[in-house]
Ligand binder design. Structure first.
Ligand code: ADP
Ligand code: MG
Length: 790
């Protein structure tokens, strides 16, 4: 009913030509008031639309009215009788009428409707990822210029980049193919000529006698000071300077967007919105952690009052980013810890029965971890554990042990691997380990034939299968279990948070074990796995010799000589190349070429095979089988062998064009050898390495320790890169890098505060808490489905 009334009003305004006069006293004022009084939900967005209605052109107004009509049609808005006082205040503040604070959660409206932006600029902003007012407020500078001090001309040194303030004495324009516009200026201590090319409109801007700021590089030539193409700003009475006499922000740009536009619009936005932001962080936390307020932080990240202020501002923003995520992770942990899980019986005899299946002695770390897992399995809550252990430390057997216990308790288990090769390998390991037991196992990947797949799906739902191995195919629709008690996710960093939750979403949360060889520093671990308990295997199986890693600069002859020696001892070798086939644009070795070359030169007479992602799964499986059983001695391959592949008597891995790979990948590749007590080698061949690459390769030469490699990698590339942003499940942090002391300190703070809040130790102001929850909803709802915000 109220919706209809409002609609009628909007139509009327339209019929009258969008003149803002369909209501006496102004359509815009009335409509904001009306929305506020009548609607409970969706009011912010709706009212916000009309914020600057009065100042728009009729065309722009038409767009606003149409949007409003659309919102009314789409929304089922709750209608209330009495408007609350706070609701009125809120909308009034949006209309700019008083000083009430603006909430961040109200700013997820299109940036286009902000005063002075409009559709054209909005399109360009979209290119830099700015779609909403919120995005714009959080589009932070990438660097700053210290333009607080004006230099005098008499003190200039050739080549310096400086800020000058000069009075224009004369102006000159030379027209021609190249339009040259120059002004001569003085600051009383000397003269300087500033010159711009092909910017004829400048003559409408600069006038003789005018004072201007010039910023740029100075040159001394033919006895005169010059400044080619400087940036300029002309001070205007009563207006704050934007670009000069301050610490000036430098934003990441795109075509059609200049620093000037971004600074001007951002400054405006800060004045009108940023400085009036409602701080959703509780006063108690702000005080305890000595943080600055949100409005101060936002203003100062963009236009810092000082470098100290900038530091405090950044700290606050980083705190916010980490606090939100830590809250989610802690909450998720809390939810799991509180939910019911399957209680497994972990009889001593089950354990000894499993030990009898083993072809080797377990390491004491493996035993310790198994103990931790058993404790989880017998408790009344779901296990939620990360098993962390460097490549080759023997995680698979721990997974199989957990599955064995699950089987003994009458439950099914599933283990998901990141690649088909790995799924197949684990399946085979299980097959030979469980031979002679009644455990029924199966393998499901995307290349499983339809008929077989149908049978497997039946088997899972009827509980004719006890343990299933597979890839992503396991989380596809249609896969249902009768009694899923345990989920294992191998090489977890390949999956990310989303899939982890997907698997868990089935009925009662099954016990979950995620395994990763990616050694990650504590900051990252807390961020990515803050919701998990962590176990780690630190030692390698007994008798393992450290892998010898060596970098070869072009002299691959020596490298392949070593390969031949290993092959002649009856061992096997991998040769890894960056490409499948030669490429015109990339100067790097390909599997095809290296295969051909090696067959005719260095490895003539040896049995060589090739393996890459372009082959069918059946071909790949066959090649792996041949390599394992010795029909092939050498495998020339792409990084499809990067993770997890386990062939015990492979003792040497050659990486061609090793400089093309990241540290983490190289460390993983190296993990393909050294999987028995034979001495193993990792030979890194590089031809035109950059300085960085040499440094990277040297790290590998120096250490076999995955943690050291990872620390170094994190410093070099940042967490997003290491984990692959999309897969990692890391949110899109604006300022948080997770590198260095500051982030570490803030992370610890944020984590403690998140736990304080969850445990009720912080008396959080209810209005603030509601806003905090809203922001989490908005920022994470698609990324982290597991959270339920109160
Ligand atoms: P990762 O932790 O990299 O997944 P795997 O589980 O593949 O390592 O184990 C690496 C190799 O070491 C495998 O061939 C496995 O059979 C073997 N292995 C595991 N544990 C032991 C052990 N305690 N003693 C000897 N070999 C072991
Ligand atoms: Mg593994």
């Amino acid at each position: 009913m109220n919706v209809d009334k409002l609609k009628k009003l909007l139509y009327l305004e339209g019929r009258r030509g969008y003149k803002n006069d369909s209501v006496i006293g102004g359509f815009d004022r009335f409509v904001i008031d009306y929305i506020n009084k009548v609607f409970e939900k969706g009011d912010e967005q709706l009212a916000y639309l009309f914020k600057d209605y009065g100042e728009k052109t009729p065309e722009e107004r038409k767009v606003i009215i149409e949007r409003a009509l659309k919102i009314l049609d789409d929304n089922e808005m709750a209608v209330i009788d009495e408007p609350s006082q706070t609701e009125i205040q809120k909308v009034k503040s949006l209309a700019g009428k008083n000083e009430t604070r603006i909430k961040l959660s109200e700013l997820f409206t299109p940036v286009q409707f902000v005063k002075g932006i409009g559709p054209e600029l909005a399109k360009k902003l979209k290119k830099i990822g700015v779609e909403t007012v919120y995005d714009f407020l959080y589009y932070f500078p990438k660097a700053y210029l210290d333009l607080r001090n004006i230099r005098k001309i008499f003190s200039l040194k050739n080549g310096e980049t400086v800020l000058l303030k000069v009075k224009i004495i004369s102006i000159q324009e030379r027209k021609g193919k190249l339009n040259i516009f120059s002004v001569l200026g003085t600051d009383g201590t000397g003269y300087i000529t500033a010159t711009w090319f092909n910017q004829p409109y400048l003559k409408n801007i600069f006038k003789e006698g005018m004072e201007v700021f010039l910023f740029g590089k100075v040159q001394f030539a033919y006895g005169k000071w010059e400044m080619p193409s400087p940036e300029y700003e002309i001070p205007q009475d009563g207006k704050e300077l934007v670009h000069t006499l301050r610490i000036t922000p430098l934003y990441p740009l795109t075509e059609g967007l200049s620093q000037k536009i971004l600074r001007n619009k951002t400054l405006n936005l800060i004045e009108n919105v940023g400085k009036k932001i409602f701080d959703y962080l509780d006063e108690e936390i702000i005080k305890r952690r000595n943080l600055v307020s949100l409005d101060y932080a936002i203003s100062n990240v963009h236009f810092p009052e000082s470098f100290d202020a900038l530091k405090k501002a950044k700290e606050r923003i980083i705190f916010d980013e980490l606090f939100g995520l830590q809250y989610i992770l802690s909450k998720r942990k809390h939810v799991i810890e509180e939910s019911d899980g399957y209680v497994f019986d972990v009889k001593e005899e089950y354990v000894s029965e499993f030990y009898k299946l083993l072809p080797f002695e377990l390491t004491s770390d493996q035993k310790k971890v198994m103990g931790e897992i058993l404790n989880d399995l017998k408790s009344s809550h779901p296990m939620n554990r990360l098993l962390h252990g460097d490549v080759g430390s023997g995680k698979t057997i721990v997974a199989l042990f957990s599955m064995f216990i699950s089987y003994k308790n009458g439950f099914q288990s599933a283990m998901m691997s990141p690649t088909e090769i790995l799924a197949e390998q684990t399946y085979k390991t299980a097959e030979s380990l469980f031979k002679g037991t009644p455990i029924r196992i199966a393998l499901l990947t995307s290349s499983t034939k339809n008929s077989a797949r149908k049978k497997i799906l039946q088997g899972l739902i009827n509980h004719d299968i006890d343990v299933i191995f597979g890839t992503h195919a396991l989380i596809e629709e249609g896969v249902q279990f009768k009694k899923l008690g345990l989920v294992v996710v191998d090489e977890q960093h390949r999956f990310g948070v989303i899939q982890r939750s997907l698997l868990k979403d089935k009925a009662i949360i099954p016990h979950t074990l995620v395994m990763s060889a990616t050694p990650i520093p504590r900051t990252l671990a807390l961020t990515l796995y803050g919701d998990l308990d962590v176990s780690s295997i630190k030692e390698l199986p007994k008798g393992r010799l450290p892998i010898i890693t060596k970098v070869f600069y072009r002299n691959e002859d020596i490298a392949y000589k070593l390969v031949r020696e290993e092959l002649d001892k009856g061992h096997k070798a991998y040769v890894v190349c960056p490409l499948i086939e030669d490429s015109e644009s990339l100067d790097a070795q390909s599997v095809e070429t290296v295969f051909e070359t090696l067959s005719q030169t260095h490895l003539k007479g040896y049995k060589i095979g090739k393996l890459h992602g372009g082959m069918s799964s059946i071909e790949k499986a066959e090649i792996m089988e041949n390599f394992k059983n010795g029909d092939l001695q050498v495998l020339v391959s792409t990084t499809v062998v990067e993770v997890g592949v386990d062939v015990k008597d492979a003792t040497v891995i050659v990486v061609e064009d090793a400089d093309r790979f990241g540290l983490a990948t190289l460390h993983q590749l190296r993990g393909r050898v050294g999987r028995s007590n034979l001495q193993s080698y990792c030979l890194l061949i590089t031809r035109n390495p950059s300085k960085d690459a040499i440094e990277r390769l040297n790290v590998l030469e120096k250490t076999n320790n995955g943690f050291e490699v990872a620390e170094y990698d994190l410093k070099l590339r940042g967490p997003g890169e290491i984990l692959g942003k999309r897969q990692s499940g890391l949110p899109d942090f604006k300022l948080t890098t997770l590198i260095g002391e500051t982030d570490m300190r803030i992370l610890e703070m944020a984590r403690e505060e998140a736990i304080n809040l969850l445990k009720g130790k912080t008396k959080y102001d209810p209005e603030k808490l509601q806003e905090f929850h809203r922001l989490i909803q908005i920022n994470y709802k698609e990324k982290i489905p597991f959270i339920e915000v109160a």
